[in-house]
Design a protein around this ligand. Structure first.
Ligand SMILES: [Zn+2]
Length: 280
């Protein structure tokens, strides 16, 4: 670290209650907790429950339960409060809406009426590995909100085509992605009137004064997207530490469908967290 600032370390755990958390989540979160501990920092728990169709209360309950069992301990969160409450994203919509308005005023966002089908037909695969979002062809770039009648639309952020977005990852070193090639114009507000991940994440990490974001390497490209949002909003960009992802015996990345490696199942089978953490 070659930072002149002496700001306190603030990290976060930001799970989404769309299923049971698995060992891969726990490993990334463990790194986050260790990094916060080693700097005498604060760990924030943020419940990313914006997707009302996929998030379930039983998973929220399980998430707290399973993480506590595993040995996690946070100082701010939905269950213990804190100076940047609320920590449930579903209760923070007014913050996201204000930032959407702010971005709208910069002229960097436009309404997109494309359906999922339209997008698949017009886009091409991204160059960057580990990012499965197709590159949006820019079909709606010239759209104006006033011309859209009786149709649903999402809000997209226009990326500076050809510009290289670089950052130094605290774990993986120098990274760079080319806008328009590795990733395209991305959704910041969804068709179903839900703030998109990229927007909510930036708004909250900034509002909660997160100094370092620790998360999975599948989000490296999203970091480039998010840096563009920080820039458009005039916000300080946090540090990033991306962890390599855990795979199963056949090399497949762990997903919520790997039920046998869910913290819940491991606990039911009498596994001990210390043993599971064994060689982390
Ligand atoms: Zn479109």
């Amino acid at each position: 670290m070659h930072h002149a600032s002496h700001t306190a370390y603030r990290g976060r755990l930001a799970p989404s209650p769309t299923g049971h958390l698995h060992l891969g989540h726990a490993r990334t979160f463990w790194v986050a907790q260790q990094r916060a501990h080693s700097r005498n920092g604060t760990l924030i728990f943020r419940n990313e429950d914006l997707d009302r169709a996929r998030c379930k209360q039983e998973f929220v309950t399980a998430m707290f339960d399973d993480l506590r069992w595993f040995g996690f301990d946070w100082q701010e969160g939905p269950d213990c409060g804190g100076q940047f409450a609320p920590y449930n994203q579903s209760e923070r919509t007014s913050f996201y809406r204000a930032v959407l308005d702010q971005l709208y005023a910069t002229g960097l966002v436009y309404p997109c009426t494309c359906s999922r089908k339209d997008i698949a037909a017009a886009s091409h695969a991204p160059h960057a590995e580990d990012d499965d979002e197709p590159i949006y062809a820019g079909t709606c770039r010239a759209n104006r909100e006033s011309e859209i009648v009786n149709r649903k639309f999402s809000w997209r952020f226009r990326v500076p085509d050809g510009e290289t977005i670089s950052f130094t990852d605290d774990n993986l070193g120098p990274q760079s992605f080319i806008a328009g090639k590795d990733f395209g114009d991305f959704v910041i507000w969804r068709l179903d009137d839900v703030p998109a991940y990229q927007l909510a994440c930036v708004v909250d990490d900034a509002a909660m004064q997160i100094s370092e974001v620790v998360r999975g390497a599948d989000l490296l490209v999203s970091t480039a997207r998010q840096i563009l949002l920080y820039r458009a909003l005039g916000l300080r960009v946090p540090e990033f530490f991306h962890c390599s992802l855990m795979t199963d015996e056949s090399g497949v990345r762990l997903a919520k469908r790997h039920d046998s490696l869910s913290l819940r199942k491991l606990r039911e089978h009498g596994e001990l967290p210390e043993a599971l953490r064994g060689n982390w």
